[in-house]
Design a protein around this ligand. Structure first.
Ligand SMILES: [Zn+2]
Length: 83
């Protein structure tokens, strides 16, 4: 499953809105399984929780967002879904 912030937003509000550029990716850490926000322009990301370094091209992506704020909101949304 792959969710974008705007997909979530539109699903919640019922509006069909602007779909922005992907600046941030929400990926799952291969080391600890937590959700991380990664800069879409970077090639790799170090997990702040377990220290594992992952290549974004190979990471499991679960979402995308245009801004850091949207990315963090999407992470919160996805965490709630996982509970
Ligand atoms: Zn980790």
């Amino acid at each position: 499953m792959f969710l974008s912030f705007y997909y979530v937003l539109n699903t919640c509000s019922g509006e069909k809105g602007f779909v922005g550029f992907t600046m941030y990716l929400i990926v799952v850490c291969g080391g600890c399984g937590r959700l991380l926000v990664a800069d879409a322009g970077k090639k790799s990301r170090r997990c702040p929780y377990c220290g594992a370094r992952m290549r974004l091209a190979k990471a499991k992506r679960v979402g995308s967002a245009e801004t850091a704020r949207e990315a963090s909101e999407l992470v919160q949304h996805l965490k709630r879904r996982q509970l």
